[in-house]
Write a protein that binds this ligand. Structure first.
Ligand SMILES: *Cc1c(COP(=O)(O)O)cnc(C)c1O
Length: 953
């Protein structure tokens, strides 16, 4: 009898068949269309022979989801979960289960893209404007942004904002000795290359410092809530600005910095329902005076109006990021922490102002009871605290050892002092156990409660109201919140509904099995400063992931600390800078960057104090090698680095990459390869082997961490051995280059996603993924060739993993723009490709390997239909102004209105393809007015009466 072998039967269990969209028959069909016999033949035709890997990746064979989950379970179980009272900016919190399941574990939220396409992003932008309102209200400031990477980098952004916005000519930034130590580490790293002088001073000396800005921590790292009113006045009197790092939960009870003179306020929203995760990801924020809004870093969600006159959200003051102005950039923040900001905002929506105040008050009460019990036992406890006790005059090591034996972590400040932070998760039993560590007994905690007063400083008790908007006062029952979150998700297009074919951003499958481990307590509930032996699982996760990334890239060492791609660029350039200095070549400061580069490249270079020199692109979209050679020669003495993206953002594999590396090396420079396009390379070619010295990777692109609507991200920095000593140091560790993020391993808790991906795919799966990514892009380019011109192609007329469709000739002929096409795609239920990057007037399409042939065809059909509509405009069959492209997207309100005044039928507006009658996405708003939003900047929750009745519209 004929039968399949066990091996054959089991092969089909491999995860890679689920990750890769097209099946073998479809791959064969698509190969025929692009004109090649096999994936290997196609790869050979695209990838220059000089860089192709000859050996397969030295990684294990693919495994099933079940096997991979068992493996990572074993890793996770090496982490030990203790009760944490360490504090220092990270606190225990209960993630409301309704938020855990319906936001963090819900692909409608975690697979969304950054809201550049406003009409299909109204839901997440509402969540983010709630976040902004939360941060502005609680800090008492006029405006807040929609998340930064962590408190340390947010403080660094505050420092540079103060430098460019203040009036002082000083070059000194004075930091309070009460600032969290990890924040100080990041500030040190950031200040030095920018030539900012940093002084750490006791609070009493800050007023006397002639500084352009000061940074205070409120309450400070030891827990004291100090009254800084007089200090703020003194700083202002000298022309300096007051920056404050703060804790939003404390501000429900304390007078907010905005009421005592702060100019810029930063902090972390982690304790609003986001687990420790060994240091990240969590959403930090920046709030500031209205006067600074135009120079604020990060994304700002604002309110504008749509074509029907209704309020609508959009990114304000920026179509992309306003602060990434290439050479004139003031920050390189791109990917931020959107998903975590959404969680924190929902936490506030769920609890409301009263609930938050109750959580804060209970935490404070527990801290007060512990302080009272300790003082009774003659333990020295500092006063004026919110949730953190500063205990001095004890044998810190002895207490610490007793605590660890009891499964408790405290903060050891020095040999004689400790910190104990209480939080939402703390219990009566915890307080009793903590007291016992110091020999204090609590017999009757209710009696103690009755006899103990609060410890908040009298002059700092908050009187002002916050979170008065209905959104924070309505959704307090689980049903209400569930439906609110669902209603927002339903307004948006994420990858659970459609492909998101974003060139450069690689929106591929974020598999469920990859996501599952991140919410396991063994990964979620570990404080970043927990003793090393409790984090052995994390150590193994980090070490094994680093090793796998080394194998994929051909470099020698990797740091997982950068928490976005741009942070990885920054770390890589710092490594180059430190390397030159170590060889007595510290004068090398010129960074060559081709004009097609992503905006973060020049932004990161200028943050490192480098001078950016832009080099040209030739007619085929390649780096103009002669121009590069000329620039390298011209700046030979000063050449620090070349930053190059490979394959280029023009979607082609440059033939001359090896020669380009040689030119740069010959003139003493280092080659930085932007690894955002690694999805075209893994298993096929290795930058570390063709002459590049350093790359960042975007684990949130190539290695499957979901985009989260604009973050979180992980941007590992990978280097050759000569740069390895210059990777960022870990907290408390040694090294020439300081920390680039507040936590040693950055966004540690999402590393299991990439780990699972690599382990499940294995060497064979990763290579096939790359090959199918190339195939899918070429299939689209080929099938659309009769309708749209692909701007650049490489060898054999093929593109890499993405293709740029040139709509400029159509615009010249018909007035229909690339933006009109992007908006019309919404009527077909699609998220638009990348618009006008890297070339204005184009769409850049990157399908990834995860899209099936069916989904590619659906997209191609839509694009062909749109081309027919453009043709109809060309031929005069559709009006040049009043046509479905210019008026897209069409809302249900518009299509169902009693009066239809357009020069084309309603059916064409709503159902341009018959298949849409069965399944239709209705955009919640019509086209959003960009100009109105920038003229009338409004960045807080929309007042309820702003919505007009349709009759008035
Ligand atoms: C996405 C991207 C970046 C920036 O990465 P972030 O994680 O958003 O900071 C840099 N370069 C290129 C080419 C990119 O596509």
């Amino acid at each position: 009898m004929n039968r399949d072998s066990l091996r054959q039967l089991e092969n089909h269990d491999a995860f890679l068949e689920r990750h890769i969209g097209p099946n073998d028959a479809e791959i064969a069909h698509m190969l025929r269309i692009v004109g090649h016999d096999s994936l290997d033949a196609l790869t050979d035709a695209i990838v220059p022979a000089g860089i192709k890997s000859t050996a397969p990746l030295a990684l294990p064979a693919p495994v099933t989801e079940v096997e991979a989950l068992a493996k990572i379970r074993a890793v996770a179980s090496k982490n030990k979960i203790f009760r944490s009272f360490i504090g220092q900016g990270y606190h225990g919190t209960h993630t409301p289960n309704v938020i855990l399941r319906n936001i963090l574990e819900n692909p409608a939220w975690y697979t969304a893209y950054t809201p550049y396409q406003a009409e299909i992003s109204q839901g997440r932008m509402e969540a983010l404007i709630n976040f902004q309102t939360l941060c502005a209200d609680l800090t008492g400031m006029e405006i807040a942004n929609a998340s930064l990477l962590d408190e340390g980098t947010a403080a660094a952004e505050a420092m540079t904002l103060a430098k460019r916005s203040g009036k002082s000519k000083s070059n000194l930034f004075a930091v309070s000795a009460g600032v969290h130590p990890q924040t100080l580490e990041v500030l040190r790293t950031r200040a030095e290359p920018m030539g900012i002088e940093l002084a750490v001073l006791p609070d009493a000396e800050l007023a006397g410092a002639d500084a352009f800005g000061v940074l205070l921590q409120y309450p400070d790292t030891f827990g004291h809530a100090n009254d800084y009113r007089a200090l703020a006045e003194a700083v202002h009197a000298r022309g300096g600005l007051v920056c404050v790092a703060t804790d939003l939960l404390a501000l429900t009870l304390l007078v907010p910095p905005g009421e005592w003179g702060a100019d810029i306020v930063v902090g972390n929203t982690q304790r609003f329902g986001v687990p420790f995760g060994f240091g990240g990801p969590h959403a930090a924020f920046m709030a500031c005076r209205d006067a600074f809004k135009r120079s604020m870093p990060g994304r700002l969600i604002g309110v504008s109006i749509d074509a029907e006159g209704q309020p609508a959200y959009r990114l304000t003051l920026q179509t992309r990021e306003q602060h990434i102005r290439r050479e004139k950039a003031t920050s390189n923040i791109c990917t931020a922490q959107v998903l975590l900001a959404v969680m924190a905002a929902m936490y506030a929506v769920y609890h409301g102002p009263d609930g938050l105040r109750r959580i804060a008050a209970r935490t404070h009460r527990l801290a007060s009871l512990l302080a009272a019990a300790l003082r009774k036992a003659d333990v020295n406890v500092g006063g004026d605290f919110f949730d953190t006790l500063h205990i001095t005059g004890v044998d810190a090591d002895a207490v610490h050892a007793r605590a660890v034996a009891a499964g408790i972590n405290l903060r050891r400040i020095d040999g004689r002092s400790l910190g104990i932070s209480l939080d939402e998760t703390s219990t009566r039993e915890d307080v009793v156990a903590l007291a016992a560590l110091f020999g204090a007994r609590i017999e009757d905690i209710d009696a103690l409660d009755a006899a103990t007063t609060d410890a908040l400083p009298a002059g700092l008790v908050r009187q002002s109201k916050y979170l008065q908007h209905p959104v924070f006062n309505t959704h307090h029952s689980e049903h209400e919140l569930l439906r609110y979150m669902r209603s927002l998700a339903d307004k948006d297009l994420a990858m659970d509904r459609t492909m998101i074919p974003l060139g450069s951003c690689t929106m591929k499958l974020n598999a469920t099995a990859e996501m599952i481990p991140i919410t396991w307590p063994e990964f979620a509930n570990i404080h970043p400063l927990a003793p090393a032996d409790q984090a052995a699982g994390y150590r193994e996760l980090v070490d094994t992931l680093e090793a796998m990334l080394v194998e994929c890239t051909g470099y020698d060492a990797v740091s997982l600390q950068p928490n976005s791609g741009a942070q990885g660029e920054y770390a890589g350039l710092l490594a180059i800078r430190a390397y030159h200095r170590s060889r007595g070549e510290g004068h090398r400061d010129v960074c060559l960057i081709p004009d097609s580069a992503h905006g973060t490249n020049p932004a990161s270079a200028q943050m490192c104090g480098m001078t950016v020199v832009v080099t040209k692109t030739d007619a085929n979209g390649n780096v103009d090698v002669e121009d590069l050679r000329r620039a390298a020669e011209q700046y030979s003495d000063r050449l620090a680095a070349l930053m190059i993206t490979y394959p280029s953002t023009h979607g082609v594999f440059e033939e001359d990459i090896v020669e380009i590396c040689e030119i740069v090396h010959k003139h003493g420079g280092q080659v930085y390869t932007d690894g955002a396009n690694m999805n075209a390379l893994v298993g096929v070619a290795k930058p570390g082997k063709w002459g590049s010295d350093v790359s960042h990777l975007n684990l949130h692109k190539t290695f499957c961490i979901p985009h989260g609507g604009g973050g979180p991200g992980v941007g590992p920095c990978a280097v050759k051995s000569h740069l390895a000593p210059f990777l960022p140091k870990t907290f408390g560790g040694e090294g020439d280059v300081g920390m680039v993020s507040a936590a040693s391993f950055g966004s540690a808790s999402i590393l299991p996603i990439s780990w699972m991906y690599i382990v499940m795919m294995g060497a064979e799966g990763l290579r096939k993924a790359t090959q199918v990514a190339l195939l899918n892009a070429n299939y689209i380019a080929k099938r659309l060739a009769p309708h749209y011109k692909t701007l650049y192609t490489g060898r054999n007329g093929l593109v890499a993993h993405e293709c740029i469709l040139d709509l400029r000739p159509l615009k010249d002929a018909t007035g229909i723009s690339a933006e009109d096409v992007a908006k019309r795609l919404i009527d077909f239920g699609f998220h638009a490709p990348t618009l006008s990057f890297p070339v204005a007037g184009t769409l850049m399409v990157e399908p990834t390997e995860s899209e099936s042939m069916h989904e590619l065809d659906r997209f191609i059909d839509a694009m062909i239909q749109i081309r027919e509509e453009i043709r109809a405009v060309e031929e005069g069959k559709l009006d040049r102004e009043d046509n479905p492209l210019r008026n897209a997207p069409h809302t249900a309100t518009a299509v169902s209105a009693s009066e239809w005044t357009h020069a084309y039928p309603r059916e064409l507006a709503a159902f341009p393809l018959a298949s849409l009658r069965r399944q239709k996405y209705w955009p919640p708003v019509a086209r959003v007015d960009n100009v109105y939003g920038d003229k009338n900047v409004m960045c807080a929750c929309i007042p309820v009466d702003a919505y007009k009745e349709p009759a008035e519209a």
